[in-house]
Design a protein around this ligand. Structure first.
Ligand SMILES: Nc1nc2c(ncn2[C@@H]2O[C@H](COP(=O)(O)OP(=O)(O)OP(=O)(O)O)[C@@H](O)[C@H]2O)c(=O)[nH]1
Length: 481
């Protein structure tokens, strides 16, 4: 296992990141072996420099930053890459996912919309090679057809090579069939949203072990093969639905148009779609797609909107083969022949190559947007700071600054309280000082008065004058008042 590599990523590392990191590591290892082993310093998970090492210690030092460079990178979360010395086994993960998926089976909900008689039921039967729809009873001319679009769904469990698929087809009879078709898109939007609501309700349950996904994963929209352009009802419908569901436009009953007419009609439909800013489902292409996949993808994209022919019966071709198709006096149209129609490409995209993509886009984009809008409308606010990518060092510095600010505030408050107390004490001391001074002054005055009286007495005695006590005075000499 010389080349196996793994990488520690920050918490938000995705498998793609990991794969890229692994690839980068392999490139680095290859480069290092060419550069003939100059000692390099390496970074540990904290970003600190751990001195110099020779590049191959089995644990392969793969970061050749200099110490100075390491210092500059000290705050950046570091990816530590190592070569595995033995087989760990996580390359088997896709097989585990495969086994789990086979055990659980898949759910897929497809909606078909289009005016009556455009071949919706026939196409669904043709697509899944199942008689999901039985031949319809055509209503009598006078019979009550109802006044609004009905929503009907049929489910079937189908199995292929041990893989189970629970397929639900949502039909919308009555669409575009009335004299006034003004709001015929509304019951369809309501139905799609009700399915999102049901899923949201399941997500909010305490126990979410048994979640059924009845969200519409794809909406096949049947365009009447007029050969002109999209009709107002088509444009209105597509505009109303394009943010809610994966739209897959198809030109119905393409066998009623010639090859040139189909090509021209496709161009007009696409021009209309672009002009009205309608977003239809486009098979995504990825950088890491191999050549074959990329080519397959391009071919599918080039056929949009798919010109389809449906038939669930087998006919005999002029060369004697028995094929699914439609037989005309002038020949046979084969459903499964790419020269005759785009049915094969539609099936390829819908079932073989992009079913999971459709489910993922429904969940990650369409449902997510619906859920966000719904919760916001209910007044649930999102704390945007949780999405902020944080560098641990910066976060630590922020926390330290906050802590220091808190300490400084506490210190200032304590100082204020202390000063207040000191002021109060000073005030009290000043007051008692003044009281003492006043008392001292009074005593001094009283003593002075006594002294003066005694001196007066002395003078009298010395001069021989009699000491006549003051009238009514019984006061004795003393220091007290
Ligand atoms: N020429 C042609 N006829 C088709 C095609 N697909 C279906 N039909 C025929 O068109 C008729 C109506 O087909 P359905 O599949 O019942 O059409 P629908 O859109 O499901 O009709 P509603 O259920 O009434 O909405 C049937 O007679 C089919 O045999 C097609 O690709 N080309």
């Amino acid at each position: 296992m010389a080349d196996a590599a793994y990488a520690y990523e920050p918490a938000n590392g995705t498998p793609e990141h990991v794969a890229e990191a692994a690839q980068a590591h392999q490139d680095e290892v290859a480069a290092a072996s060419h550069q003939q082993q100059a000692p390099v310093s390496y970074l540990n998970a904290d970003g600190a420099t751990n001195g110099t090492h020779s590049p191959n210690l089995n644990g392969d030092a793969t970061s050749n930053h200099s110490a100075a460079g390491a210092g500059a990178l000290a705050n950046v979360p570091t990816v530590l890459r190592k070569t595995l010395s033995s087989w760990v086994g996580f390359s088997n993960l896709p097989n585990q996912v495969h086994r789990r998926s086979v055990r659980r089976g898949f759910q897929f909900v497809a909606m078909v919309v289009g005016e009556s008689g455009l071949g919706k039921s026939t196409l669904i039967n043709t697509l899944f090679e199942t008689k999901l729809y039985q031949p319809k009873v055509i209503p009598d001319p006078g019979a009550d057809r109802g006044k609004t679009v009905q929503i009907e769904s049929i489910s079937a469990e189908i199995e292929e090579n041990g893989v189970r698929l629970k397929l639900t087809v949502v039909d919308t009879p009555g669409f575009g069939d009335y004299v006034n078709n003004e709001e015929c898109w509304k019951p369809i939007v309501d139905n799609i949203e009700a399915r999102y609501d049901a899923y949201l309700e399941q997500e909010n349950r305490v126990n979410r072990l048994k979640m059924t996904d009845n969200r519409v994963h794809a909406c096949i929209y049947f365009i009447q093969p007029t050969g002109h352009a999209l009709k107002p009802i088509d444009i209105e419908f597509l505009k109303r639905l394009h943010t809610k569901v994966n739209l897959i436009p198809v030109i119905a009953k393409a066998d009623t148009l010639t090859e040139e007419e189909v090509e021209l009609f496709k161009q007009r439909v696409l021009a209309d779609i672009e002009y009205h800013g309608i977003r239809i489902f486009q098979p995504p292409s990825y950088e890491k797609d191999d050549e074959e996949t990329a080519q397959e993808n391009d071919e599918i994209i080039s056929k949009i909107p798919f010109a389809v022919v449906g038939s669930d019966s087998v006919v005999q071709a002029p060369d004697g083969r028995h094929v699914r198709g439609r037989s005309y006096p002038w020949g046979v149209i084969e459903v499964d022949n790419e020269q005759h129609c785009d049915f094969v490409k539609l099936r390829q995209m819908l079932v073989r190559t992009h079913m999971e993509e459709l489910r993922e886009h429904t969940n990650d984009v369409l449902y997510e947007n619906y859920r966000t809008d719904k919760l916001r409308a209910m007044g649930v606010a999102q704390d945007e700071s949780v999405f902020k990518e944080t560098n641990p060092a910066v976060k630590q510095a922020e926390e330290r600054a906050m802590h220091e600010a808190k300490l400084a505030k506490m210190e200032a408050e304590m100082k204020m309280v202390f000063q207040q107390k000191v002021q109060e004490k000073e005030q009290k001391l000043k007051q008692s000082e003044e009281e003492l001074y006043a008392r001292h002054r009074e005593m001094k005055e009283a003593l002075e008065k006594q002294r003066l009286e005694l001196e007066d007495k002395k003078r009298r005695i010395e001069s021989g004058r009699p000491l006549t006590p003051e009238k009514g005075s019984k006061k004795r000499f003393g220091l007290g008042k």
